[in-house]
Design a protein around this ligand. Structure first.
Ligand SMILES: Cc1cc2nc3c(=O)[nH]c(=O)nc-3n(C[C@H](O)[C@H](O)[C@H](O)COP(=O)(O)OP(=O)(O)OC[C@H]3O[C@@H](n4cnc5c(N)ncnc54)[C@H](O)[C@@H]3O)c2cc1C
Length: 502
């Protein structure tokens, strides 16, 4: 009875470390890990101990006998991954090198800006240092970044990752300051007066913009606006989304585009007991949308969505998924996403999501001042095509924004860094005591759990700098922290070897 990884996998690797026979791949030390669409249990070597199910923060792993009909696809996906020749593998999963912390006779104090996954995984890692104190500063009134304001409300299991982040938050060495925006309410310099180092884990908050005529018409929205509307992000409270037309167009076909298409077409009653914003639920109940067309510039073999998300969309009750046969003609055989698209059964019932390919947006048409259609050029020549729609959502990626005086790579939308150390690109020198983790460090890609290794790498660089005396002792006591407050114990003297708890 092998276990099976299913759709909500967030790729944090907890299961890999829990598995006694290293049957879950790829492992975090594998270059394929960061790009993997999910992790996979090898059914031929799984010993059915269930350790992975306990370790998984989002209940993504099930014994194969407990899969739902729709989840059966994941049995095939897990097995197919391992069926490909991948060479011999180690008997045990790799263990990351331990953090070695030099005792400087003072508690390590780190400020972390942001409280999304990257911030909380960084806090978890810093707090493995005995006596360490972490102050988390979050500009929003609620913590956890996109876990709360990005992950779709119907992805209930994925949202359970917040329980893992809650456990980090409860650590006595951590103090959470909500509603504090660094750069506005508190300066970088002020943080360095009370902490050895500052880690910025502020995410990539803005959308890449589509620069075509009409893109600013009413009825044209970005993914951030629509996602913020349905997840109840305070920045988007009171926003109206035009659901009065029969068709919406989403430009871009990554997982966020599929989330938006699914939320706009699924039965709103299936969202009623979720964390969907009440105003969005009311609007969805009155929605007239019958079809969402998800449009990509390139062909189906370059689809940006992941296979698990496609499986999930296909299995959404009351939503018919369509692809035009001509869009699949010429697509290569053997690609599991394309095979799944080819196998879609014709279904005229309910609302529909149509995936379109090979269309480059050219102009947004307006009628009485709001969106009425979108015109596309067929990619590679072959004329134009116009799709009528009353709502347009662009979902073509995210980028970070500059942070005060910190260096910024405007082309990539990230803070320039080496292993998480912020560097001045003009001189190549590290900015003292200043680090980045998560999307602002490496750009907007990967899953929630991808940020774990990313943050661990940053903390490893920070601790190396602390050991080498490159982090100066902060002159002031932390704000509101009396002696010993929040500390997990007095750090013992000498060189500490810190085992990583997982
Ligand atoms: C719409 C959407 C849906 C997604 N769904 C999934 C999914 O289902 N499964 C999955 O595995 N991954 C999903 N992801 C990816 C996942 O959310 C990201 O990998 C992850 O959130 C990135 O973490 P982060 O900590 O770098 O950034 P974020 O999660 O964005 O956190 C950044 C935090 O910093 C705060 N902040 C910013 N500036 C400041 C400041 N100056 N002062 C104080 N605080 C500040 C922000 O308010 C925010 O809380 C999704 C992403 C998006 C955009």
């Amino acid at each position: 009875m092998p276990h099976v990884v299913t759709q909500s996998c967030v790729g944090d690797g907890s299961c890999v470390y829990a598995c006694p026979v290293n049957c879950i791949q790829p492992t975090p030390d594998d270059p394929a890990f960061e790009l993997a669409e999910m992790l996979h249990v090898d059914p031929t070597t799984c010993v059915d101990c269930g350790a992975c199910t306990t370790a998984c923060p989002v209940d993504a792993i099930k014994p194969h006998t407990r899969l739902t009909e729709e989840e059966r696809a994941f049995e095939v996906i897990n097995a197919a991954y391992h069926a490909q020749a991948r060479g011999p593998r180690a008997k045990m999963a790799p263990v990351r090198p331990v953090l070695e912390v030099r005792d400087r006779g003072e508690a390590l104090r780190v400020a972390i800006v942001g409280s999304g996954p990257a911030a909380m995984y960084a806090a978890e890692e810093v707090l493995t240092v005995p006596g360490a104190q972490v102050s988390v500063y979050e500009r929003m009134p609620t913590p956890y970044g996109l876990v709360r304001t990005g992950v779709a409300p119907d992805h209930r299991r994925t949202r359970r990752v917040s329980r893992q982040l809650d456990a980090v938050r409860r650590h006595p060495g951590l103090t959470m300051h909500l509603g504090v925006e660094i750069g506005r309410d508190v300066t970088h310099e002020a943080l360095l007066r009370t902490h050895h180092a500052v880690i910025y884990a502020v995410g990539a908050a803005v959308d890449r913009r589509l620069d075509i005529p009409g893109a600013d018409l009413p009825g044209a929205m970005t993914a951030t606006q629509v996602v913020g509307w349905y997840t109840g992000h305070p920045d988007h409270a009171g926003r109206a989304v035009n659901l009065s037309a029969r068709r919406a167009v989403v430009i871009g076909n990554g997982n966020v585009a599929l989330d938006i298409a699914r939320i706009l077409t699924m039965d709103p009653e299936a969202l009623a007991d979720s964390e969907v914003a009440p105003a969005a639920l009311r609007a969805l109940r009155a929605s007239r949308i019958e079809e969402v067309v998800v449009v990509a510039r390139r062909g189906p073999e370059r689809s940006a969505f992941t296979l698990p998300e496609l499986v999930g969309l296909r299995g959404t009750p009351g939503v018919a998924l369509h692809v035009l046969p001509e869009d699949l003609a010429g697509a290569p055989d053997g690609d599991p996403k394309i095979e799944l698209l080819r196998d879609l059964a014709p279904d005229a019932s309910g609302r529909r999501v149509t995936l379109r390919y090979g269309l480059t947006p050219a102009a947004v048409r307006g009628d009485a001042g709001s969106v009425s259609a979108v015109t596309f050029d067929r990619t590679g020549g072959g004329g134009t095509e116009t799709i009528d729609a009353g709502l347009l959502v662009t979902s073509i990626g995210y980028r970070g924004t500059p942070l005060g005086q910190l260096p910024f790579d405007d082309a990539r939308g990230v803070v320039p860094n080496e292993d998480g150390r912020v560097v001045d690109p003009a001189t190549g020198a590290a900015v003292p005591g200043t680090y980045v983790a998560g999307w602002i460090k490496r750009g907007p890609s990967g899953f929630i759990g991808t940020n774990r290794g990313c943050s661990q790498d940053t903390v490893a660089a920070l601790v190396a700098d602390y050991n080498a005396g490159r982090l100066v002792t902060p002159p002031d006591a932390p704000r509101g922290a009396g002696p010993g407050r929040g500390a997990a114990g007095t750090p013992p003297r000498g060189l500490l070897r810190i085992a990583r708890g997982r």
